[in-house]
Ligand binder design. Structure first.
Ligand code: GTP
Ligand code: MG
Length: 193
C-alpha cells in the first residue's frame, strides 16, 4: 500500500525596498520574460505556482509580491501575517536597500509574534549584472553577516546573489526555497505528532 498523496499550501512573501527586483524575480519564477521598464507594484501582486516535489507530494505556492515603496507601508502591513516562507530582495548597487532588510524582517516579526518555529528566509542580493566581477557563488556569504539577522527570532536564513535580468541563480534560489519549505514542514509535523 502506498502513502496517501500530500498537498501543501504555502504563503510566500516577497519583501524589500522599492525597485530592487521583487516583481522581476516573481515573474521569472512564473516563466514570464524580464521587463526593463519599472512598473512599481501597487499594494500587492499575486501569482500561484503548483510544484510537484515527487509523485505523491505537491506544493501550491501563493506568491505575495508586496510593494516596496514606503507610501504603501500601511497597506502592505496587513499582508505580512502567517508567511510560510519569505523572499527578501535587495539591490547590490544600493547599500540602503541592504540595510533595509533588517527593518523588513522586523516588520514581519511584529505581525507574527506568536510564531514558534523558524521560517525559511531567503535573501536575494539582486542585480549582480550591474557589478561585474562580484562573487556570485551561491555559497559565498562574505558580503553578508548572517548572525545579525538571525537575532530576529524566527529567521532561518540563506543568502543568494541573483540577476533577474540574466536569470542568474534564480532556479537555484527557487529550489532552495521549495526544499526549505518542505523540510520545515516535516520538522513542524514532527513536533506535532
Ligand atoms: N540590471 C538589472 N535590472 C533589474 C534586475 N532586476 C530588476 N531590474 C530592474 O529594476 C527595476 C525594478 O524592478 P521590479 O521588479 O519592478 O522591482 P520591485 O522590487 O518589484 O519594485 P516595487 O514593486 O516598487 O517594490 C525594473 O526596471 C527592472 O527591469 C536585475 O537583476 N538587473
Ligand atoms: Mg514590484
Amino acid at each position: 500500500m502506498g502513502t496517501a498523496p500530500k498537498k501543501y499550501l504555502a504563503k510566500i512573501l516577497f519583501i524589500g525596498s522599492y525597485a530592487v527586483g521583487k516583481t522581476s524575480v516573481r515573474r521569472n519564477w512564473c516563466g514570464q520574460k524580464f521587463e526593463e521598464s519599472y512598473l512599481a507594484t501597487i499594494g500587492v501582486d499575486f501569482s500561484i505556482l503548483d510544484i510537484e516535489l515527487s509523485k505523491d507530494i505537491t506544493w501550491k505556492l501563493n506568491l505575495w509580491d508586496l510593494a516596496g515603496q514606503a507610501s504603501y507601508q500601511s497597506v502592505t502591513r496587513s499582508f505580512l501575517t502567517h508567511p510560510s516562507g519569505i523572499i527578501v530582495v535587495f539591490d547590490v548597487t544600493r547599500e540602503d536597500t541592504k540595510k533595509a532588510i533588517f527593518n523588513w524582517l522586523q516588520r514581519v516579526y511584529n505581525e507574527n509574534r506568536h510564531i514558534v518555529h523558524p521560517i525559511p528566509v531567503i535573501v536575494l542580493g539582486n542585480k549582480t549584472d550591474l557589478t561585474p566581477g562580484v562573487n556570485t557563488d551561491i555559497t559565498n556569504y562574505s558580503t553578508f553577516n548572517l548572525r545579525d539577522y538571525e537575532k530576529i527570532d524566527f529567521v532561518n536564513l540563506d543568502y543568494i546573489p541573483t540577476s533577474a535580468k540574466l536569470g542568474e541563480n534564480l532556479e537555484e534560489a527557487f529550489n532552495i526555497l521549495v526544499n526549505k519549505l518542505h523540510q520545515n514542514q516535516l520538522d513542524i509535523e514532527k513536533t506535532i505528532v
